[in-house]
Design a protein around this ligand. Structure first.
Ligand code: UD1
Length: 431
C-alpha cells in the first residue's frame, strides 16, 4: 500500500492548477447510459474513482475510452448496447457513487440491478431517497442477495412516469440520480428540496446538451419534461471546487504565496468568506485565486451545510488549518455522522482537538510534530497532508489510496510549488 512521506516547513510558492471535478465527472459519465450515441467529456480528472466508474460502465457493455495522457483528459463513452445492466458488488463496494447508475439504467433499459452500497467510513449513507423517488415514478423495487432490482411499470416494458417528488433530506447524488431518470420519463417531473451543488448544475448542462428539457437546476426546485430519446453530446466538466479549496488551505497553512489557477471562485463563496475572517489575504480573479498568509491566523467557527453553505468535503482540511489558528475554533458537522476520524490522527501529531457529538473544538495554535498517521477517507487524507506540511520533521501517511480516489497527481502538484512530499510503494498507475 502506498504511503506519503512529507517533510514540513516549506511555504508553498507559485501556481497550482485545479483539475476537473470528480463529483461532476461521476454523474456525467453515468448520464452517458441514457443514450446510444457517443458522449464526450473533457476535463475528466485522472483519479481512481473515475477508473472505477469506467470499469462499472464497461462491465455493462459500454465502450469507454478514458483518453489518459491526452490533452484535456478527454473521455468518450458510447453505450450503444447495454448487454448486462448490472452494477456488480465487486465494483459498487469500492465506490458508493456507483448508485448513480441506478436512475439512468432503469430509464434506458427498463430494468436495473445494482448492488446495495456497503457501509462507508463516513457514516451509514443510505440510498432510501433514490429508491423512494424511483417508486414515485412508477418503478417496482425488490431486493435480493444484496442487490436492488428496479423495473419500470409493466414489468420493465413501459417508461417511468413523471411525478412530484419532495426530497425529505437534501441529497446530492440522489438529486442527480433521479434527475437522470426523469429525462426519459413520460411527462413532467417536479423535484423539490433539491441539492443546489454546482455538480448538479454541471450534470444538468450535459443532459440539456443531450436533448433533455430541464429547468431550475442549481435551485431547490427542478422541473423536467421527459423526452422519448436523448442524443450524444460534448461537455466540459467544471473545475473541482474541493481540490481548489484544499490548495487554498495548503497555501494559507504554510504561510505561502500560491496562485490557485483554473478554478471557479464563484463556487467557493463560503470557504473564501471563512478564510478572509481568519486574516488570510485572497485576491479573487475570474478563474484563479491568489492566497497569501504570513502573520498569525485568527480562529473562526464553521458549520457544514449543503451548498451554498460550508462544504462537508472541506471540513477535515479546515480543521488542519484551525490547529494553527490563535484561539478556539468550533467545527460542527451537520451532513454526515462519524466524519471526524482525522481528529485522532491530528491529535497524534500534537493538535488539541476534542469532540462532543457533532462538534469538534480545536484549541490553537499547536506546534505539530511528525508522526506515522493513517488516512481514513478521502478528505481526511488531505487534512493530514496539510498538517504534515507544517509539522516538524517527516510525517508518514499510510493508506493514501483513499486520497488517490479523488485528487489528481496530488503530490506532484504540491511538489511543484515547493512541498517536500514523496510517494513510497506501488505508484498509482497512470494509463
Ligand atoms: C455527495 C458527494 C460527497 C459529499 C456529499 C455531501 C458525490 C459523488 N459525493 O455525496 O463528496 O460529501 O455529497 O456534500 O457527489 N441521505 C439519506 N438517504 C439517501 C441519500 C442521502 O439519508 O438516500 C443522507 C446521507 O446519509 C447524508 C445526507 O443525506 O447524511 C447527504 O448525503 P448526500 O448528499 O446524498 O451525499 P452523497 O450524494 O452520497
Amino acid at each position: 500500500m502506498d504511503k506519503f512521506v512529507v517533510r514540513g516547513g516549506n511555504p508553498l510558492l507559485g501556481t497550482i492548477k485545479v483539475s476537473g471535478a470528480k463529483n461532476s465527472a461521476l454523474p456525467c459519465m453515468a448520464a452517458a447510459i441514457l443514450t446510444e450515441d457517443e458522449v464526450i467529456l473533457e476535463n475528466i480528472p485522472q483519479v481512481r474513482d473515475i477508473e472505477t466508474e469506467r470499469r462499472l460502465l464497461a462491465a455493462m457493455g459500454a465502450e469507454v475510452d478514458l483518453g489518459y495522457g491526452r490533452a484535456q483528459h478527454r473521455t468518450s463513452i458510447r453505450c450503444a448496447t447495454l448487454s448486462d445492466p448490472v452494477a456488480k458488488y465487486e465494483i459498487v463496494k469500492t465506490m458508493r457513487a456507483s448508485s448513480l447508475v441506478l436512475g439512468p439504467l432503469i430509464a434506458r433499459t427498463g430494468i436495473a440491478r445494482v448492488a446495495m452500497p456497503g457501509g462507508c467510513a463516513i457514516g451509514g449513507r443510505p440510498i432510501d431517497l433514490h429508491i423512494k423517488g424511483l417508486e414515485a415514478m412508477g418503478a417496482t423495487i425488490t431486493q435480493d442477495h444484496g442487490y436492488l432490482e428496479a423495473r419500470t411499470p409493466n414489468n420493465g416494458n413501459s417508461q417511468l412516469k413523471g411525478a412530484h417528488i419532495v426530497f425529505d433530506k437534501i441529497t446530492v447524488t440522489g438529486t442527480e440520480d433521479l434527475l437522470m431518470a426523469a429525462t426519459l420519463a413520460d411527462g413532467e417531473t417536479i423535484f423539490e428540496n433539491c441539492a443546489r451543488e454546482p455538480e448538479v448544475s454541471d450534470l444538468a448542462a450535459l443532459l440539456t446538451a443531450m436533448g433533455a428539457k430541464i429547468k431550475g437546476a442549481g435551485t431547490s426546485t427542478i422541473q423536467v419534461h421527459g423526452v422519448a430519446k436523448l442524443h450524444g453530446a460534448r461537455h466540459r466538466i467544471n473545475p473541482d471546487r474541493i481540490e481548489a479549496g484544499t490548495f487554498l488551505l495548503a497555501g494559507a497553512i504554510t504561510g505561502g504565496d500560491l496562485d490557485v489557477d483554473c478554478c471557479n471562485p464563484a463556487h467557493l463563496g463560503a470557504l473564501i468568506a471563512k478564510l478572509e475572517s481568519c486574516g488570510i489575504r485572497l485576491d479573487v480573479g475570474t478563474d484563479h485565486i491568489r492566497v497569501r498568509s504570513g502573520g498569525s491566523l485568527k480562529s473562526t467557527n464553521i458549520s457544514t451545510e449543503e451548498y451554498p453553505g460550508f462544504p462537508t468535503d472541506m471540513q477535515a482540511q479546515f480543521m488542519a488549518l484551525a490547529t494553527q489558528s490563535e484561539g478556539t475554533t468550533t467545527i460542527t458537522e451537520n451532513i454526515f455522522e462519524n466524519r471526524f476520524m482525522h481528529v485522532q490522527e491530528l491529535n497524534r501529531m500534537g493538535a488539541n482537538i476534542t469532540v462532543e457529538g457533532r462538534t469538534a473544538t480545536v484549541r490553537g495554535p499547536s506546534k505539530l510534530e511528525s508522526a506515522a498517521v493513517m488516512c481514513s477517507d478521502l478528505r481526511a487524507s488531505a487534512s493530514l497532508v496539510l498538517a504534515a506540511l507544517v509539522a516538524d520533521g517527516e510525517t508518514i501517511l499510510d493508506r493514501v489510496y483513499h486520497l488517490d480516489r479523488g485528487y489528481e497527481h496530488f503530490e506532484e502538484k504540491l511538489r511543484n510549488v515547493g512541498a517536500q512530499i514523496r510517494r513510497m510503494g506501488d505508484v498509482f498507475t497512470k494509463k
